[in-house]
Write a protein that binds this ligand. Sequence first.
Ligand code: NCD
Length: 307
Amino acid sequence: MDLKEDLMKSLISINDLSKETILSICNRALDINKNSIQHTLSNKIISTLFFEASTRTKMSFEAAVMRAGGNILSFPSDNSSLQKGESIEDTLRMAAAYSDVIVLRHHEEGTAFRASLALNKPIINAGDGTNEHPTQTLLDIYTIFAQRGSLDGFTMTLAGDLKYSRTIHSLIYALKNFNVRIILASPQNFELPNNFKSIIKDQIILETNDLHKALDTDYFYMTRVQKERLDSNDKNFEYQEDWILTKDLMDKYAPKHCRIMHPLPRINEIHTNLDDTTYNLYFQQAENGVHVRIAILEYVLGVFPCC
Ligand code: NCD
């Protein structure tokens, strides 16, 4: 193994990052936000392989690469040799041969991890089934960090489909590092699985199936029901009126400074009448994805001295 391989970093799980690394990535993204973007990725080729639907993650990764002077090698999953029957392993091997980093989204849990073992280039997990979505979490906590200057001393409600949302699972791994009080709120049958609950057991101050009871909080992180991942018992689930966040509900039950977050896409769980209110942090959160993903690419390529 040469020195470059030795130093090679993938980003598969938030759990692989120390608190210091999480804070370094947040600080670097803040620095990029405050000062002009440098061409730290020039001469680098980044492959984006998305085997599942994506708007924000793919577009913001590609915007991040372009803004920082790198090159994108985009992969058309519906018009490639996969259609001829080529295996995903062979496809990934080619992407590793042609590029410096692979950004990978796949519907099967563990795909990014397996790819990182098999390939000699850094892999960034852009979502693997119901498992994890670490780059989303970094932009989520960066959004709070940019607002407060710290990741300690607040209450956060994690709400919606806590069972299947990979964004929630990664967020839990990050939040365990910080002094954050956590409220868990979900419709019945969408509760957080015990293995994730045990990670933050000392931080949980309330668990409820009632949306109204979960609104006394600083950050309200809503998620959509992950319809494509439900088992046959849940298939027909739609959020009922009592699980839709509206301006009336916020005005009545939430403190004025409360901010609503969401990884997006939203379906109907956040009413559009919240879009023009000060509660709305979800669009800013999505915008922050570009600077955070520049910092993540710099981190895996070892081109910023963070850790
Ligand atoms: C999330 C995902 O893909 O897990 N979307 C995203 O990347 N911003 C959330 C979701 O699809 O509900």
